[in-house]
Design a protein around this ligand. Structure first.
Ligand SMILES: [Ca+2]
Length: 93
């Protein structure tokens, strides 16, 4: 009986830890159409409560591909990417 309760305790603890871990890294993704052509040109990733973890993808020349990834932390970091913009997503106003 004690072995069963110990196993149950381990299982419950594992589930609680995995829930905490997934909550810690859950983030919000929003899509924007800055030039009004109906296509995504800005994708923002926000981590509520996560300081210096937000980042975004930018299609500044509106050719349907993200070319910049910007990280927001103590300092702003930027890198070049080449990623197609998503379609079939809800655009924010
Ligand atoms: Ca582009």
């Amino acid at each position: 009986m004690k072995l069963l309760s110990n196993g149950l305790l381990v299982a419950v603890t594992g589930v609680m830890l995995s829930c905490a871990a997934s909550t810690k890294y859950r983030h919000l993704v929003s899509y924007f159409d800055r030039n009004g052509d109906g296509k995504v040109d800005l994708e923002k990733h926000k981590y509520p409560g996560g300081f210096d973890m937000d980042w975004e993808l930018r299609d500044d020349n509106h050719d349907g591909r993200f070319e910049r990834k910007v990280l927001f932390g103590y300092e702003v970091g930027e890198s070049q990417v080449d990623i197609p913009v998503p379609t079939e997503v809800k655009l924010e106003r």
